[in-house]
Design a binder for this molecule. Structure first.
Ligand code: NDP
Length: 337
């Protein structure tokens, strides 16, 4: 069975959260950390972001059982300026650290209309959309960027990987509709998708990467073993990735990807890096009509023929999973076993 292949069997969202949570707790995560990570991971699986769903559980467990990440870390959270929140994840995971700061983030937004949240010494191993969508459902515009930690991306001209797949994400509320949310790796293909392609014996798209000698390759094995992934969009993706290293690692005080990979033990799956979130109350833009204007704008886009907006696919998958459960893939079956 291929990694993404769908079996007849289905599992409920709540059932999947419970299974993942139990595995994480057994590997040393605190109940709170396990709850947040399991919810995030099961959400990715439910919405069809399979590159960051159950497929990633083994990585979380490896990091925990090796002591590479601290599943019971208590983050330190400080407000270092009217709108600036600094979080030291203390070698724990980013999402529980962000969750622990939620009430301070809400207070900061209420007072100043913007919150810049700089996380350091924290592991982020998932999609960005779950937290971004949460901010948008609370009425806020949000952006996130992550120095994701695995040296894997070779921009044009470089002789070796110098970036990770460093994702960027954005979310906005829309009047009378679900939020528009997108997040993507700044590499031509995400590391997770490349691993899934390798597992399934499939080729990566043209321009995806290079082999160990720097020659163009679409073979996931060559790209992953000694080669590298290309940034998306040539030099433009490379520059976006460079900015993410500077902000999500440099500004936050987290580690640059090139620093991390040197210290990562063999088989480490999650990486101790940095993440930056910027959350904005759109009402403060002096434009009370923002949500309605975004609605008119997205209606215009759909009317123009741009029928699929980002997150539509996920929302459709979610609705289907709510009706009939989440398909039990080979990864879920392995987890249940
Ligand atoms: P994709 O290329 O699959 O999707 C990127 C975004 O574009 C999604 O928001 C998607 O919406 C949207 N989209 C895709 N096709 C269309 C279309 N035709 N029209 C409009 N919108 C479209 O993402 P990636 O493979 O680059 O990344 C996959 C995931 O991996 C992301 O969630 C990313 O955050 C995560 N990631 C995490 C890393 C980490 O270190 N934590 C590192 C790298 C990536 P939709 O979701 O609805 O399909």
């Amino acid at each position: 069975m291929k990694a993404n292949e769908v079996a007849e069997k289905r599992i409920s969202f709540v059932g999947l959260v419970e299974v993942i949570e139990a595995r994480l707790v057994a590997a040393g995560a605190s109940e709170e950390v396990a709850r947040v990570l399991a919810f995030n991971c099961a959400s990715c699986e439910r919405d069809g972001t399979l590159s960051h769903g159950v497929f990633r559980v083994r990585g979380y467990l490896d990091s925990l059982t090796r002591g590479w990440a601290d599943g019971a870390a208590v983050p330190s959270i400080e407000r270092s300026g009217p709108s600036f929140i600094r979080i030291d994840g203390r070698n724990g995971f980013a999402q529980p650290a962000l969750a622990a700061a939620q009430s301070l983030i809400a207070d900061t937004l209420a007072e100043t209309g913007v919150a810049v949240i700089a996380l350091r010494d924290s592991h982020h191993f998932s999609s960005l959309w779950p937290e971004l969508e949460g901010f948008a459902r609370d009425g806020h515009v949000a952006m996130a960027m992550i120095a994701s930690g695995k040296l894997a991306v070779v921009p044009e001209g470089a002789s070796r990987p110098v970036f990770s797949t460093n994702p960027f994400g954005f979310a906005t509320p829309v009047a009378g509709a679900d939020p528009v949310v997108f997040d993507f790796a700044t590499s031509s293909v995400s590391h997770g998708d490349l691993q899934l392609l390798r597992a399934d014996g499939e080729e990566a798209p043209p321009g995806a990467g290079v082999d160990a000698e720097g020659h163009a390759s679409t073979d996931p094995v060559e790209i992953l073993d000694g080669g590298g992934i290309r940034p998306f969009g040539g030099h433009k993706g490379a520059l976006l990735s460079m900015m993410i290293e500077m902000l999500a690692a440099g500004l936050t005080g987290g580690s640059f990807t090139y620093e991390i990979d040197v210290e990562a033990p063999e088989g480490a799956h999650t990486f101790r890096t940095g993440q930056l979130y910027i959350v904005i109350d759109p009402q403060r833009g002096g434009n009370d009509e923002y949500l309605a204007r975004v609605r008119a704008f997205t209606d215009m886009l759909r009317d123009s023929g741009m029928e699929r907006l980002p997150a539509d696919r996920r929302y459709a998958n979610r609705a289907e999973a709510e009706r009939s459960g989440i398909p039990v893939t080979a990864d879920i079956r392995a987890l249940l076993d």
